[in-house]
Write a new protein. Structure first.
Lengths: 115, 114
């Protein structure tokens, strides 16, 4: 069993819909949670970063962390065709600023937003 | 966030040759950089952690003599794929950390070995 599970998709939604993404994990030591967006043949771009449980909102993006269930989510409101990409969750037990700490990635979910 | 560049963005080489990929931090002094490999439609796989001024730490299953990493300064890390073979064809991505809350990734380098 992988440490971080993520549905590969593709997840197809009409423009304007809410995109709902999630990851489950098994390591209870994870405290730092990230969502990255990756366009085809490009490097991942950081979207959201959260520490421990709770919600965080940034524009059209909302990240939720439920440590008791080992479950994290990312919601994209008012989705646009430009949101079509692969979304990767990532997590770690320690702050990344602790030199050398590593991220554990989910497999990524491919999202298609149709005009 | 930090700005990271990679060079080249795409390289094609013949089997048996060596290829060097550069990862530069343009606005941040990175004590630690990471090198990942990503095969089509798969997630990122960490290859090694590069620490400035010291030897890199390789993940299990990654050959350190094949993938040479040099982190000579706080703004530059290089990955050299030695004696490349077609199975080394992949997307190589670097990221940096150290002093920030997360990792910032470069744009990636596509390597095709003929």
């Amino acid at each position: 069993q992988k440490e971080v599970e993520q549905d590969p998709g593709p997840l197809s939604v009409p423009e304007g819909a809410i995109v709902s993404l999630n990851c489950t994990y098994s390591n209870s030591a994870f405290q730092y949670f990230m969502w990255y967006r990756q366009y085809s043949r490009k490097g991942p771009e950081l979207l959201m970063y959260t520490y421990s449980s709770g919600n965080k909102e940034d524009g059209r993006f909302t990240a939720q962390v439920d440590k008791s269930s080992k479950y994290i989510s990312l919601f994209i409101r008012d989705s646009q065709p430009s949101d079509s990409a692969t979304y990767l969750c990532a997590m770690s037990a320690y702050a990344i600023k602790a030199a050398g700490n590593k991220l554990t990635f989910g497999g990524g979910t491919r999202v298609l937003v149709k005009p | 966030g930090a700005v990271v560049s990679q060079h080249p963005s795409w390289v094609i080489c013949k089997s048996g040759t060596s290829v060097k990929i550069e990862c530069r931090s343009l606005d941040f002094q990175a004590t630690t950089m990471f090198w990942y490999r990503q095969f089509p439609k798969q997630s990122l796989m960490l290859m090694a952690t590069s620490n400035e001024g010291s030897k890199a730490t390789y993940e299990q299953g990654v050959e350190k003599d094949k993938f040479l990493i040099n982190h000579a300064s706080l703004t530059l890390s290089t990955l050299t794929v030695t004696s490349a073979h077609p199975e080394d064809s992949s997307f190589y991505i670097c990221s940096l950390a150290g002093g920030s809350d997360t990792q910032y990734f470069g744009p990636g380098t596509r390597l095709t070995v003929l």
